[in-house]
Design a binder for this molecule. Structure first.
Ligand code: ATP
Length: 239
């Protein structure tokens, strides 16, 4: 079995008196595509934030490459290969596509290969190439999602966290985003995918965790979970 890249142990997160995460365990092994699904408010985004150093916790721990990330700032984690595409994307709207991609590589010192990687992003996301000099803020929601993913990939992540990449997109764009997630995964990047679209997420992933009211209620092989009656009823809209 591959090495554990990231491990969450008995994690508890509270916002004031609200217990958003009530003690969860989760592991991601090198090369896996793991999905975290669940209803609104289940605690998925909070989990992502804890992993990337954006949210502290009251108990438990998160380890990345065998070391606790408690108190490690996000930019330091990014240098260690942990990148996140947040919900709502957060591209630099007043910069062009190319400038956004260059910003994504700001932690890198290998300037000669940055240009090669921008070309590689253009081959994965042809739409971005067509719009290379357009301001990011004038792109459609789906195009901005692609740009946000490409920008994160420019940091050469080992673990890429995607928070609801299909949110608010048309069915065709959703399909495209999932194709790209598969491509990224096949290229060897480990992925944690948070999704509301449980069916597509389970079809894409190797393993899955289901979150409900701050707890992990189920986990296992993603294809097996697609056939699980409880998952079907609660998350796939099947009786
Ligand atoms: P969604 O799919 O709607 O984004 P989620 O599963 O990502 O949901 P979280 O955003 O992690 O859920 O929220 C978990 C719980 O924590 C919710 O009840 C939410 O209202 C609460 N919460 C999140 N952020 C904060 C905050 N900054 N302050 C107070 N409560 C918060």
């Amino acid at each position: 079995m591959k090495d554990i890249l990231l491990e969450i142990k008995d994690l508890k997160v509270a916002y004031g008196g609200i217990h958003a995460i009530k003690g969860i365990n989760l592991e991601i092994r090198d090369g896996e595509l793991v999905t975290l699904i669940g209803a609104n408010g289940a605690g998925k985004t909070t989990t992502m934030k804890a992993i990337t150093g954006l949210q502290g916790w009251v108990a438990g721990d998160v380890t990345y490459l065998g070391k606790s990330i408690k108190g490690v700032p996000s930019h330091e984690l990014l240098k260690q290969g942990l990148a996140m595409v947040p919900e709502g994307r957060g591209v630099f709207t007043r910069m062009t596509i190319v400038e956004n991609l260059q910003m994504g590589a700001y932690i890198r010192t290998d300037t000669t290969t940055i240009a090669t990687d921008i070309e590689r992003m253009f081959s994965i996301f042809p739409r971005l190439k067509e719009r290379a000099n357009q301001l990011a803020g004038t792109m459609s929601g789906g195009e901005q999602q692609m740009l946000a993913m490409a920008r994160a990939l420019m940091s050469q992540p080992r673990l890429l966290l995607l928070d609801e990449p299909s949110m608010g997109l048309s069915p065709i764009m959703v399909q495209k985003i999932f194709e790209v997630v598969n491509t990224i995964s096949k290229e060897g990047v480990t992925v944690l995918l948070v999704e509301q679209n449980a069916r597509l997420a389970l079809q894409a992933a190797d393993r899955a965790y289901v979150m409900d009211s701050g707890l992990i209620t189920m986990h296992g092989n993603a294809s097996e979970m697609l056939d699980d009656p409880r998952v079907k009823e609660a998350y796939l809209g099947e009786a």
